[in-house]
Design a protein around this ligand. Structure first.
Ligand code: NAD
Length: 499
């Protein structure tokens, strides 16, 4: 395709899809083929200022729009997303390389958050106490903040934008979205459908770009709250700079998620679940299981698990036999392969080697095959770093206590799971583990949207988490009213009406 025929991704400003005047464009490539699918702009200063001005203006009317009308936009939106579910998943698969099933899951988990946003009238209910003092009542209202913003990663281009703007907007805010520059086509389709659902002009703006555009959002005084999902260093940077500028920030970051396997666990369930949880989506999930800790005699299962994982084959998005797709970029592939080499050098046992992986028909894809390491120790870089690839580190532990100590010493705290037939072991684990999302015989315990996504420690900076009641608090102010009415002011029912 000649350069001038390549699709240019528009910005979305003041209810219009507009072509950026930027001189700086980034290629969006199909990671299975390297075909350039589109170019995405780095929005200019004037474009970013226009988006903020429109979001500020739209807030003045949107905040006065009755909550039931705001909820109705979300009801129409969830219906449209369901109607276009497979079409969105195809766009998503083409730019991320995810298998179709995985892409559909990404869209579906986002739709569930929109369904949750339809409940916004109940979610916004305040509190009341009568007679806090004699003849005095107190009650609270939940009011919107103003302009909010979201900065999202490449690995869930439908679900993560949908974690953010629907709930924020349902709460009465306006929103500026800065999607990942690696897969902006899916969020663009989400925004087209939001407009079709009847979202008024200006309540949602989309700015594309990278660090400079993020810095603009971090420094813009009109932006009251920022939701971020992405890597640890960027999350720390955004949390520091955003809070330095006196904004509310919630920053969801990287992870190293452990699965603890007790010897009394159901072995076939463990094998089935670990395969998908570790190498599924090419390991590019913040809740992927990247460390399996085998307690006591469960260590004997490692060779069988490695053999099962070795059978998983990557492939194109519409190949029904494919277990997962390519890595998002050539740099990501190189980084993961470097970690595999480093693991070998550090003395871990390479049980399954995913380097030099090829897939028929896709000679240029960013393929890394399933990889399993044995005898991993906590001082190794492959244990300390988030690899974000289809790589499982296996470790051994003498007791449940030791396994708990290992997980708790890890700086991350996004998700963890335990496989066991013992209620007592599961209870001890759920109670003592210092991780925010715990699965019991469930490998990837992502909470549904009526709960919140509650990563801890180095996996999250902030206090109020994504979706659920916590997100409603994050995107609102609470106003508490204390009111006294004097009985002596009640008019005489028989007095003439003077109006
Ligand atoms: P990333 O940090 O590279 O990018 C995320 C966003 O930040 C993108 O929009 C990007 O344009 C922007 N960005 C990148 N570099 C920046 C910089 N220097 N300054 C300002 N902004 C910058 O993350 P990614 O590679 O797109 O996503 C993968 C990471 O996201 C993994 O670490 C994964 O664990 C994490 N993740 C976490 C969660 C969670 O809920 N905890 C969920 C999904 C992904």
């Amino acid at each position: 395709m000649s350069q001038k025929n390549i699709k240019r991704v528009p910005l979305y400003i003041n209810g219009e899809f507009v072509q950026s005047k930027s001189a700086e464009w980034i290629s969006v490539t199909n990671p299975a083929t390297q075909e350039v699918l589109a170019e995405v702009p780095c929005a200019t200063q004037a474009e970013m200022e226009a988006a903020v001005a429109s979001a500020k203006e739209a807030f003045l009317t949107w905040k006065e729009t009755p909550v039931s009308e705001r909820a109705r936009v979300m009801l129409r939106y969830q219906a449209l997303l369901k109607e276009h579910h497979d079409e969105i998943a195809e766009i998503l698969a083409s730019e991320t390389g995810k298998t179709f099933d995985d892409a559909k899951g990404d869209v579906w988990r986002g739709i569930e958050v929109v369904e949750h946003a339809c409940n916004v009238p109940s979610l916004l209910m305040g509190e009341t106490v009568e007679n806090v003092a004699r003849n005095i009542d107190s009650y609270s209202y939940t009011q919107p903040l103003g302009v909010c913003a979201g900065i999202t990663p490449f690995n869930f281009p439908a679900m993560i934008p949908l974690w953010m703007f629907p709930l924020s907007i349902a709460c009465g805010n306006t929103f500026i979205l800065k999607p990942s520059e690696q897969d902006p086509l899916t969020p663009t389709r989400l925004v087209e459908l939001f407009e079709e659902a009847g979202a008024p002009k200006g309540v949602l703006q989309v700015l594309h770009g990278g660090k400079d555009q993020v810095d603009f959002i971090l420094d813009e005084p009109a932006v009251r709250a920022i939701s971020f999902v992405g890597s640890v260093p960027v999350g720390q940077y955004i949390y520091r700079r955003g809070t330095e500028n006196m904004k509310r920030v919630q920053a969801f970051a990287g992870a190293k998620n452990h699965c603890v396997i007790m010897p009394d666990a159901n072995k076939s369930q463990v094998i089935n679940n670990l395969v998908g949880a570790s190498v599924g989506a090419a390991g590019q999930r913040c809740m992927a299981i990247s460390v399996a800790v085998f307690v006591g005699a469960a260590r004997d299962w490692i060779p069988e698990i490695a053999a099962e994982i070795a059978k998983v084959k990557p492939g194109g998005w519409n190949d029904k036999q494919a277990g997962f797709g390519p890595l998002i970029s050539q740099q990501a592939k190189q980084r993961v392969e470097n970690f595999i080499t480093q693991g070998e050098q550090e003395g871990a046992e390479l049980l399954v080697d995913g380097r030099n992986c090829t897939v028929d028909g896709f000679p240029d894809g960013n393929w890394v095959g399933p990889t399993v390491f044995g005898n991993v120790t906590r001082d190794m870089e492959i244990y300390k770093q988030e690899i974000f690839g289809p790589v499982l580190c296996t470790m051994e532990s003498e007791s449940l206590e030791d396994a708990i100590a290992l997980v708790n010493a890890n700086p991350y705290g996004n998700g963890t799971s335990i496989f066991t037939a013992s209620g007592a072991a599961a209870r001890k684990y759920q109670h003592e583990i210092e991780v925010g999302q715990v699965g019991i015989n469930i490998p990837i315990p992502v909470p549904l949207p009526f709960f919140s996504f509650t990563g801890w420690k180095g996996s999250f900076f902030g206090d109020l988490h994504a979706y659920g009641k916590q997100a409603v608090r994050f995107y609102s102010e609470t106003k508490t009213i204390t009111a006294r009415w004097f009985e002596s002011d009640i008019a005489d029912a028989n007095a003439p009406n003077m109006t």
